[in-house]
Design a protein around this ligand. Structure first.
Ligand SMILES: CC(C)(COP(=O)(O)OP(=O)(O)OC[C@H]1O[C@@H](n2cnc3c(N)ncnc32)[C@H](O)[C@@H]1OP(=O)(O)O)[C@@H](O)C(=O)NCCC(=O)NCCS
Length: 110
């Protein structure tokens, strides 16, 4: 079950609940139609069950955005594959954004 928690005028979290425990969450910020993915996390033992996909799909359905932006480490293949599957496109890169690693900036337009 997914529950939305409002943190402020701009920030909220979608929590994926299992037996009253949060096993995954998606934190977003929405300003002037631009939605930023601040955090996406699923507990290690609950991965590869579609939880992150469900959190993202719930957010696509509920939020009123024009575009979604995110940054992902070039070496985070799990997250990259997930975002590509959900229709995000690479739009730019930021060298050494994560220590030695490059950040890939991705976007999805409504
Ligand atoms: C990235 C992350 C959020 C993905 O979470 P997840 O819940 O495992 O993601 P999903 O299950 O929705 O999708 C991942 C994979 O599971 C597969 N999957 C989905 N449902 C499935 C099911 N019922 N049975 C088997 N596999 C399934 C998906 O097809 C996908 O596989 P693929 O990568 O081989 O294509 C998770 O790995 C994580 O928390 N990582 C650490 C934090 C992080 O890197 N966050 C992103 C920062 S930008």
């Amino acid at each position: 079950m997914i529950e939305k928690e409002i943190l402020s005028d701009t920030d909220s979290i979608y929590n994926y609940m299992d037996n009253d425990m949060v096993v995954g969450y998606l934190e977003i910020r929405l300003v002037d139609g631009v939605l930023d993915i601040m955090n996406l996390f699923v507990n290690e033992e609950n991965r590869h069950q579609g939880i992150a996909t469900k959190l993202m799909n719930e957010m696509f359905e509920k939020e009123k955005y024009n575009r979604i932006m995110l940054e992902v480490n070039e070496n985070n293949s799990n997250a990259l594959k997930l975002y590509q599957k959900l229709g995000f496109k690479e739009i730019s890169f930021r060298d050494r954004y994560y220590g030695d690693d490059t950040a890939i900036i991705m976007e999805k337009v409504k």
